[in-house]
Design a protein around this ligand. Structure first.
Ligand SMILES: *[C@@H]1O[C@H](CO)[C@@H](O)[C@H](O)[C@H]1NC(C)=O
Length: 357
């Protein structure tokens, strides 16, 4: 007992030092104004930003400054916390954030301009459970089987739902036919009457439309404009480049059922994407902040794989987003898997869907 006391004292001192630097790191992180100005002007050039007037530019600069300093504070905090850490399928640990195209926006503006799941009046259709004890691998990555197209960008159109649905159909089509064809989100934006084009919609109604029409045309034949247009009926009726017969709902709030489905093909999910950490995410396993409540999900992405360890803190879903590969980890986000609450990280298990052929 007596011999362990000095160690305890040292440990306590170390702990309080660590805590002191942790709390100190956050509020005191502030780059000089001139440095932020210079970064802002480079950032504006990089993303071809133009503001209508000086007031608008100053307002956006203010938000950019706040975001830049918060990113700096976040980085110094995670460094104190044990290092930014290496990245690889085996060693994803600490979440990282960094500047991207959303630099002059607040989280609520990102949701208003770049998501698009219409949650109003949403009801999950009857679920189709898979045999509970069927075998599944501990890691699946449909990207490595060539079943995932490159990262796309929805632009300022609330069409996440179309991108999520298309990525799921692209995956199924590749698995079934051996051919990876980039398919048309614009067709869904223009033609899905169950959704509202660039005002928001649902991946399940999009999959339903593709099923009713027997499939969907290609990106090449019906390219993305990011503006809702008139439905091109010829292409909708007669020019399917991938066939779809129906779609199924994964039993909600069951990450095991979701994994069984993802082991077979990519699956669409709805998530809450309204956190600042989500806006600037650049890597690591994301555990929040976000809401995991079904009524709060606002975005649609496609789960294209998962990995269950090794290690309890190393379980994640691989989600393909439609915010270009400038966002996230090359366009992807790794969301914590098998969390203690049923709705999953950011609500990802609340209503997953996949197409059938
Ligand atoms: C969302 O869906 C509801 C129910 O289908 C619909 O009444 C509403 O117009 C939709 N909202 C938007 C913004 O499209």
């Amino acid at each position: 007992m007596a011999s362990s006391t000095p160690y305890l004292v040292v440990l306590l001192c170390l702990t309080s030092l660590l805590q002191a630097s942790l709390t100190a790191a956050n509020p005191s992180f502030e780059l000089p104004e001139s440095e932020v100005r210079s970064r802002f002007s480079k950032w504006m050039t990089k993303y071809s930003k133009h503001y209508s007037c000086h007031e608008e530019e100053e307002k956006r600069f203010g938000i950019f400054k706040q975001n830049t300093n918060s990113i700096g504070a976040f980085a110094s905090q995670t460094t104190v916390n044990g290092g930014v850490g290496g990245f690889g399928p085996q060693t994803i640990t600490t979440v990282r954030v960094g500047m991207n195209r959303f630099g002059d926006l607040n989280p609520s503006e990102v949701v208003e301009q770049f998501t698009g799941f219409n949650n109003t009046g949403f009801r999950t259709p009857k679920p189709s459970p898979l045999p509970y004890h069927s075998w599944k691998p501990c890691c699946v990555d449909w990207r490595s089987s060539g079943a995932v197209t490159g990262i796309k960008f929805q632009g300022s159109c609330l069409s996440c739902w179309a991108f999520a649905a298309v990525a799921a159909i692209e995956g199924m089509n590749k698995i079934r036919t051996g051919e990876l064809v980039s398919l048309s989100e614009q067709q869904l934006v223009d033609c899905d009457t169950g959704s509202s084009g660039c005002s928001g919609g649902r991946s399940d109604t999009a999959l339903g439309l593709a099923a009713t029409r027997g499939g969907i045309t290609s990106e090449a034949k019906y390219p993305y404009s990011g503006i809702q247009g008139t439905c091109n009926v010829d292409k909708l009726l007669f020019d399917n480049q991938a066939s779809v017969k129906g779609f199924k709902a994964v039993p909600p709030n069951d990450e095991h059922q979701l994994a069984l489905a993802v082991a077979r093909q990519p699956v669409t999910v709805y998530i809450d994407a309204s956190a600042w950490e989500f806006q600037f995410y650049t890597g690591g396993i994301y555990r929040g902040p976000c809401s995991s409540d079904a009524s709060r999900v606002n975005h649609a992405v496609t789960i294209v794989g998962y990995c269950e360890g090794p290690g309890e803190d190393n379980k994640y879903w691989i989600a393909k987003n439609s915010w270009s590969n400038d966002w996230g980890d090359q366009g992807y986000i790794y969301l914590a898997k098998d969390v203690p609450w049923k709705t999953g990280t950011c609500g990802l298990a609340t209503s997953p869907f996949y197409p059938t052929a």
